[in-house]
Design a protein around this ligand. Structure first.
Ligand code: ADP
Ligand code: MG
Length: 327
Protein backbone atom coordinates (compact mmCIF):
# COMPACT_ATOMS: atom_id res chain seq x y z
CA UNK A 1 0.00 0.00 0.00
CA UNK A 2 2.87 2.42 0.61
CA UNK A 3 3.95 2.07 -2.99
CA UNK A 4 0.51 2.91 -4.32
CA UNK A 5 0.54 5.88 -1.98
CA UNK A 6 3.75 7.01 -3.58
CA UNK A 7 2.24 6.77 -7.02
CA UNK A 8 -0.85 8.61 -5.88
CA UNK A 9 1.42 11.18 -4.27
CA UNK A 10 2.41 12.34 -7.72
CA UNK A 11 -1.12 13.53 -8.31
CA UNK A 12 -1.42 15.52 -5.13
CA UNK A 13 2.14 16.36 -4.17
CA UNK A 14 3.91 18.08 -6.98
CA UNK A 15 6.06 20.44 -4.94
CA UNK A 16 6.22 22.05 -1.49
CA UNK A 17 3.37 24.40 -2.30
CA UNK A 18 1.01 21.47 -2.89
CA UNK A 19 1.85 20.14 0.56
CA UNK A 20 1.10 23.50 2.12
CA UNK A 21 -2.18 23.71 0.27
CA UNK A 22 -3.36 20.32 1.51
CA UNK A 23 -2.23 20.94 5.08
CA UNK A 24 -3.79 24.38 5.21
CA UNK A 25 -7.08 23.03 3.92
CA UNK A 26 -7.03 20.36 6.61
CA UNK A 27 -6.45 23.01 9.25
CA UNK A 28 -9.37 25.03 7.97
CA UNK A 29 -11.55 21.93 7.86
CA UNK A 30 -10.66 21.38 11.51
CA UNK A 31 -12.04 24.80 12.36
CA UNK A 32 -8.71 26.48 13.03
CA UNK A 33 -8.77 30.20 13.77
CA UNK A 34 -5.00 30.58 13.73
CA UNK A 35 -2.42 28.81 11.59
CA UNK A 36 1.34 29.22 11.86
CA UNK A 37 3.50 28.07 8.99
CA UNK A 38 7.22 27.59 9.21
CA UNK A 39 9.25 26.56 6.21
CA UNK A 40 12.91 26.06 5.44
CA UNK A 41 14.65 25.99 2.09
CA UNK A 42 11.56 26.75 0.09
CA UNK A 43 9.69 24.02 1.95
CA UNK A 44 11.91 21.21 0.72
CA UNK A 45 13.76 20.84 3.99
CA UNK A 46 10.86 21.62 6.30
CA UNK A 47 7.19 22.51 6.28
CA UNK A 48 5.62 22.82 9.70
CA UNK A 49 2.02 23.87 10.11
CA UNK A 50 0.48 24.35 13.51
CA UNK A 51 -3.19 25.06 13.99
CA UNK A 52 -5.62 25.57 16.84
CA UNK A 53 -8.38 23.48 15.31
CA UNK A 54 -10.33 20.71 17.00
CA UNK A 55 -7.42 18.26 16.88
CA UNK A 56 -7.41 14.52 16.30
CA UNK A 57 -8.18 11.89 18.91
CA UNK A 58 -5.41 9.43 19.72
CA UNK A 59 -7.14 6.48 18.04
CA UNK A 60 -7.48 8.38 14.77
CA UNK A 61 -3.88 9.58 14.47
CA UNK A 62 -2.52 6.60 12.55
CA UNK A 63 -5.75 6.37 10.60
CA UNK A 64 -5.34 9.94 9.39
CA UNK A 65 -2.21 8.83 7.56
CA UNK A 66 -3.76 5.86 5.82
CA UNK A 67 -5.16 6.21 2.38
CA UNK A 68 -8.89 6.68 1.84
CA UNK A 69 -9.61 5.68 5.39
CA UNK A 70 -11.12 9.06 5.99
CA UNK A 71 -12.62 9.80 2.62
CA UNK A 72 -15.77 11.81 3.01
CA UNK A 73 -17.05 10.76 -0.38
CA UNK A 74 -19.39 7.84 -0.26
CA UNK A 75 -21.09 8.20 -3.56
CA UNK A 76 -20.47 10.43 -6.50
CA UNK A 77 -23.64 12.32 -5.70
CA UNK A 78 -22.04 13.44 -2.50
CA UNK A 79 -19.64 15.59 -4.52
CA UNK A 80 -22.35 18.18 -4.66
CA UNK A 81 -22.87 18.19 -0.96
CA UNK A 82 -19.23 18.48 0.03
CA UNK A 83 -18.93 21.55 2.15
CA UNK A 84 -15.45 21.06 3.50
CA UNK A 85 -12.31 21.53 1.47
CA UNK A 86 -10.92 18.03 1.77
CA UNK A 87 -12.79 15.11 0.39
CA UNK A 88 -10.36 12.56 -0.97
CA UNK A 89 -8.85 11.27 2.23
CA UNK A 90 -5.47 10.71 0.71
CA UNK A 91 -3.39 13.84 1.10
CA UNK A 92 -1.64 12.89 4.32
CA UNK A 93 -1.03 9.34 3.13
CA UNK A 94 0.46 10.65 -0.09
CA UNK A 95 2.62 13.28 1.59
CA UNK A 96 3.86 10.81 4.20
CA UNK A 97 4.98 8.39 1.50
CA UNK A 98 7.42 10.93 0.05
CA UNK A 99 8.71 12.66 3.19
CA UNK A 100 9.52 12.29 6.84
CA UNK A 101 6.27 13.23 8.47
CA UNK A 102 5.32 13.80 12.07
CA UNK A 103 1.75 14.39 13.11
CA UNK A 104 1.11 15.72 16.58
CA UNK A 105 -2.27 16.63 17.90
CA UNK A 106 -4.42 17.18 20.91
CA UNK A 107 -8.16 16.86 20.54
CA UNK A 108 -10.36 19.46 22.22
CA UNK A 109 -11.77 16.87 24.55
CA UNK A 110 -8.45 15.31 25.43
CA UNK A 111 -6.20 16.40 28.28
CA UNK A 112 -3.05 15.47 26.44
CA UNK A 113 -1.40 15.38 23.03
CA UNK A 114 -0.19 12.44 20.95
CA UNK A 115 2.23 12.01 18.11
CA UNK A 116 2.89 9.60 15.26
CA UNK A 117 5.75 9.57 12.74
CA UNK A 118 6.20 8.10 9.30
CA UNK A 119 9.33 7.98 7.22
CA UNK A 120 8.79 7.15 3.56
CA UNK A 121 7.68 3.55 3.53
CA UNK A 122 8.06 3.03 7.25
CA UNK A 123 5.35 3.82 9.72
CA UNK A 124 6.55 3.71 13.29
CA UNK A 125 3.56 1.97 14.71
CA UNK A 126 3.72 3.57 18.09
CA UNK A 127 1.64 6.53 18.96
CA UNK A 128 3.46 8.31 21.74
CA UNK A 129 2.52 11.11 24.09
CA UNK A 130 3.56 14.62 23.07
CA UNK A 131 3.23 18.04 24.62
CA UNK A 132 0.72 19.91 22.49
CA UNK A 133 -1.99 22.52 22.88
CA UNK A 134 -5.43 21.83 21.49
CA UNK A 135 -4.93 21.62 17.74
CA UNK A 136 -2.61 19.92 15.31
CA UNK A 137 0.95 20.22 14.06
CA UNK A 138 2.07 18.62 10.83
CA UNK A 139 5.79 18.51 10.25
CA UNK A 140 6.97 17.47 6.80
CA UNK A 141 10.73 17.12 6.40
CA UNK A 142 12.92 16.28 3.44
CA UNK A 143 10.24 16.22 0.78
CA UNK A 144 10.93 13.67 -1.98
CA UNK A 145 13.98 12.34 -0.10
CA UNK A 146 13.07 8.86 -1.35
CA UNK A 147 11.92 9.83 -4.84
CA UNK A 148 14.96 11.34 -6.57
CA UNK A 149 13.21 11.61 -9.93
CA UNK A 150 10.60 13.89 -8.44
CA UNK A 151 13.12 15.80 -6.44
CA UNK A 152 14.95 16.63 -9.65
CA UNK A 153 11.96 18.60 -10.86
CA UNK A 154 12.10 21.01 -7.97
CA UNK A 155 13.22 24.53 -8.84
CA UNK A 156 15.38 27.00 -7.00
CA UNK A 157 14.52 27.68 -3.38
CA UNK A 158 13.22 31.12 -4.27
CA UNK A 159 10.88 29.76 -6.94
CA UNK A 160 9.50 27.02 -4.70
CA UNK A 161 8.96 29.50 -1.92
CA UNK A 162 7.18 31.81 -4.37
CA UNK A 163 4.67 29.08 -5.21
CA UNK A 164 4.23 28.29 -1.55
CA UNK A 165 3.70 31.92 -0.60
CA UNK A 166 1.10 32.20 -3.34
CA UNK A 167 -0.91 29.38 -1.77
CA UNK A 168 -0.79 31.19 1.57
CA UNK A 169 -1.87 34.45 -0.04
CA UNK A 170 -4.88 32.79 -1.62
CA UNK A 171 -5.98 31.37 1.69
CA UNK A 172 -5.34 34.73 3.35
CA UNK A 173 -7.64 36.37 0.80
CA UNK A 174 -10.30 33.69 1.06
CA UNK A 175 -10.44 33.51 4.85
CA UNK A 176 -10.24 36.95 6.42
CA UNK A 177 -11.34 35.51 9.73
CA UNK A 178 -8.25 33.34 10.13
CA UNK A 179 -4.93 34.54 11.54
CA UNK A 180 -2.04 33.23 9.46
CA UNK A 181 1.69 33.60 9.81
CA UNK A 182 4.37 32.49 7.41
CA UNK A 183 8.06 32.19 8.20
CA UNK A 184 10.79 31.28 5.76
CA UNK A 185 14.23 30.34 7.05
CA UNK A 186 13.32 31.89 10.42
CA UNK A 187 12.26 35.17 8.84
CA UNK A 188 8.68 36.41 9.21
CA UNK A 189 7.26 36.92 5.72
CA UNK A 190 3.60 37.44 6.59
CA UNK A 191 1.63 37.83 9.73
CA UNK A 192 -2.03 38.24 8.90
CA UNK A 193 -4.24 39.04 11.85
CA UNK A 194 -7.91 38.11 11.71
CA UNK A 195 -9.70 40.80 9.74
CA UNK A 196 -13.35 41.47 10.50
CA UNK A 197 -14.04 45.10 9.67
CA UNK A 198 -13.97 46.37 6.11
CA UNK A 199 -10.92 48.41 6.99
CA UNK A 200 -9.06 45.38 8.31
CA UNK A 201 -10.00 43.41 5.24
CA UNK A 202 -8.73 46.17 2.99
CA UNK A 203 -5.52 46.16 4.97
CA UNK A 204 -5.08 42.45 4.40
CA UNK A 205 -5.74 42.87 0.68
CA UNK A 206 -3.12 45.60 0.69
CA UNK A 207 -0.52 43.40 2.31
CA UNK A 208 -1.20 40.65 -0.21
CA UNK A 209 -1.59 42.80 -3.33
CA UNK A 210 0.70 45.70 -2.58
CA UNK A 211 0.04 49.25 -1.41
CA UNK A 212 -1.24 50.61 -4.72
CA UNK A 213 -3.89 48.09 -5.55
CA UNK A 214 -6.88 49.30 -3.56
CA UNK A 215 -6.10 52.97 -4.25
CA UNK A 216 -6.24 52.18 -7.94
CA UNK A 217 -9.23 49.88 -7.85
CA UNK A 218 -13.00 50.03 -8.01
CA UNK A 219 -14.96 48.48 -5.19
CA UNK A 220 -17.59 46.02 -6.34
CA UNK A 221 -20.56 44.99 -4.26
CA UNK A 222 -23.60 43.66 -6.07
CA UNK A 223 -26.29 41.30 -4.96
CA UNK A 224 -29.03 39.98 -7.20
CA UNK A 225 -31.22 37.19 -5.91
CA UNK A 226 -28.93 34.37 -4.81
CA UNK A 227 -25.90 35.80 -6.58
CA UNK A 228 -23.44 38.06 -4.86
CA UNK A 229 -20.24 39.61 -6.18
CA UNK A 230 -17.90 41.75 -4.14
CA UNK A 231 -14.27 42.77 -4.12
CA UNK A 232 -11.98 45.01 -6.13
CA UNK A 233 -11.07 45.48 -9.77
CA UNK A 234 -7.87 47.37 -10.59
CA UNK A 235 -8.08 50.38 -12.87
CA UNK A 236 -5.57 50.98 -15.68
CA UNK A 237 -3.71 53.33 -13.29
CA UNK A 238 -2.74 50.26 -11.30
CA UNK A 239 0.37 49.34 -13.11
CA UNK A 240 1.77 46.19 -11.60
CA UNK A 241 2.12 43.29 -13.96
CA UNK A 242 -1.35 41.84 -14.09
CA UNK A 243 -1.12 38.12 -14.58
CA UNK A 244 -0.11 37.55 -10.98
CA UNK A 245 -2.90 39.60 -9.49
CA UNK A 246 -6.05 37.85 -10.53
CA UNK A 247 -7.89 36.27 -7.67
CA UNK A 248 -11.38 34.95 -8.15
CA UNK A 249 -13.11 33.05 -5.38
CA UNK A 250 -16.28 31.04 -5.74
CA UNK A 251 -17.85 30.37 -2.37
CA UNK A 252 -14.47 30.89 -0.77
CA UNK A 253 -12.46 28.70 -3.15
CA UNK A 254 -9.98 30.18 -5.56
CA UNK A 255 -10.70 29.22 -9.16
CA UNK A 256 -9.49 29.90 -12.67
CA UNK A 257 -12.17 29.76 -15.27
CA UNK A 258 -12.45 30.85 -18.88
CA UNK A 259 -16.02 31.98 -18.57
CA UNK A 260 -15.23 34.13 -15.55
CA UNK A 261 -12.11 35.59 -17.16
CA UNK A 262 -14.10 36.37 -20.27
CA UNK A 263 -16.86 38.20 -18.40
CA UNK A 264 -14.36 40.31 -16.48
CA UNK A 265 -12.27 41.16 -19.53
CA UNK A 266 -15.34 42.00 -21.56
CA UNK A 267 -16.71 44.42 -18.96
CA UNK A 268 -13.30 45.99 -18.56
CA UNK A 269 -12.85 46.57 -22.27
CA UNK A 270 -16.38 47.77 -22.75
CA UNK A 271 -16.10 50.49 -20.16
CA UNK A 272 -12.44 51.39 -20.24
CA UNK A 273 -11.50 50.61 -23.85
CA UNK A 274 -8.48 48.97 -22.37
CA UNK A 275 -6.89 45.92 -23.89
CA UNK A 276 -4.87 44.84 -20.94
CA UNK A 277 -5.98 42.15 -18.52
CA UNK A 278 -7.25 43.74 -15.35
CA UNK A 279 -6.05 42.94 -11.86
CA UNK A 280 -8.80 41.78 -9.53
CA UNK A 281 -9.70 40.30 -6.20
CA UNK A 282 -13.30 39.17 -6.52
CA UNK A 283 -15.64 37.02 -4.53
CA UNK A 284 -18.63 35.30 -6.08
CA UNK A 285 -21.12 33.79 -3.72
CA UNK A 286 -23.93 31.60 -4.93
CA UNK A 287 -26.01 28.61 -3.96
CA UNK A 288 -23.51 25.71 -3.64
CA UNK A 289 -26.03 23.43 -5.35
CA UNK A 290 -25.65 25.44 -8.56
CA UNK A 291 -21.91 24.98 -8.90
CA UNK A 292 -19.46 22.05 -8.95
CA UNK A 293 -16.08 22.99 -7.58
CA UNK A 294 -12.91 20.96 -7.56
CA UNK A 295 -13.67 18.69 -10.45
CA UNK A 296 -10.01 17.69 -10.23
CA UNK A 297 -8.14 17.76 -6.91
CA UNK A 298 -5.25 19.96 -8.01
CA UNK A 299 -6.88 22.10 -10.64
CA UNK A 300 -9.00 25.01 -9.65
CA UNK A 301 -11.96 24.42 -11.85
CA UNK A 302 -15.66 25.07 -11.54
CA UNK A 303 -18.69 24.14 -13.47
CA UNK A 304 -21.66 26.42 -13.13
CA UNK A 305 -25.05 24.88 -13.62
CA UNK A 306 -26.23 28.00 -15.44
CA UNK A 307 -23.04 29.42 -16.86
CA UNK A 308 -24.78 31.93 -19.10
CA UNK A 309 -26.55 33.50 -16.16
CA UNK A 310 -23.32 33.66 -14.13
CA UNK A 311 -21.49 35.23 -17.06
CA UNK A 312 -24.18 37.86 -17.50
CA UNK A 313 -24.27 38.62 -13.81
CA UNK A 314 -20.49 39.09 -13.66
CA UNK A 315 -20.43 41.18 -16.80
CA UNK A 316 -23.28 43.46 -15.71
CA UNK A 317 -22.05 43.87 -12.15
CA UNK A 318 -18.56 44.83 -13.22
CA UNK A 319 -19.80 46.97 -16.04
CA UNK A 320 -21.89 49.00 -13.64
CA UNK A 321 -19.15 49.28 -11.00
CA UNK A 322 -16.58 50.42 -13.54
CA UNK A 323 -18.95 52.82 -15.29
CA UNK A 324 -19.66 54.56 -11.97
CA UNK A 325 -16.10 55.71 -11.58
CA UNK A 326 -15.36 56.36 -15.22
CA UNK A 327 -16.32 59.72 -16.72
P1 ADP B 1 -9.06 14.52 3.83
O1 ADP B 1 -8.76 15.91 4.28
O2 ADP B 1 -9.38 14.47 2.38
O3 ADP B 1 -10.04 13.81 4.70
P2 ADP B 1 -6.32 14.08 4.48
O4 ADP B 1 -5.36 13.00 4.14
O5 ADP B 1 -5.98 15.46 4.05
O6 ADP B 1 -7.72 13.67 3.92
O7 ADP B 1 -6.56 14.08 6.03
C1 ADP B 1 -6.96 12.88 6.65
C2 ADP B 1 -7.76 13.13 7.91
O8 ADP B 1 -6.90 13.54 8.96
C3 ADP B 1 -8.79 14.24 7.82
O9 ADP B 1 -10.00 13.76 7.30
C4 ADP B 1 -8.93 14.65 9.27
O10 ADP B 1 -9.80 13.79 9.93
C5 ADP B 1 -7.54 14.44 9.81
N1 ADP B 1 -6.76 15.69 9.83
C6 ADP B 1 -5.78 16.04 8.98
N2 ADP B 1 -5.25 17.24 9.29
C7 ADP B 1 -5.94 17.67 10.36
C8 ADP B 1 -5.86 18.85 11.16
N3 ADP B 1 -4.99 19.83 10.91
N4 ADP B 1 -6.72 18.94 12.21
C9 ADP B 1 -7.61 17.95 12.49
N5 ADP B 1 -7.71 16.82 11.78
C10 ADP B 1 -6.89 16.67 10.72
MG1 MG C 1 -7.28 17.04 3.34
Amino acid sequence: PRLSNQIAAGEVVERPSSVVKELLENSLDAGAKRVDIDVEQGGVKLIRIRDDGQGIVKDDLALALSRHATSKIIELDDLEAVGTLGFRGEALASISSVSRLTLSSRHVESDQGWQVSVEGQEMTATVKPAAHNVGTTLEVRDLFFNTPARRKFLRKEKTEFGHLEEVVKRIALSRFDIGISLKHNQRIIHNFRPATTEQEQARRVTSVCGPNFIQNAVTVNVEVGELKLWGWVGLPTFSRSQADLQYFFVNGRVIRDKLVAHAIRQAYRDVLYHGRHPAFVLYLELDPATVDVNVHPTKHEVRFRDSRMVHDFLFRSLHRALAEVTP
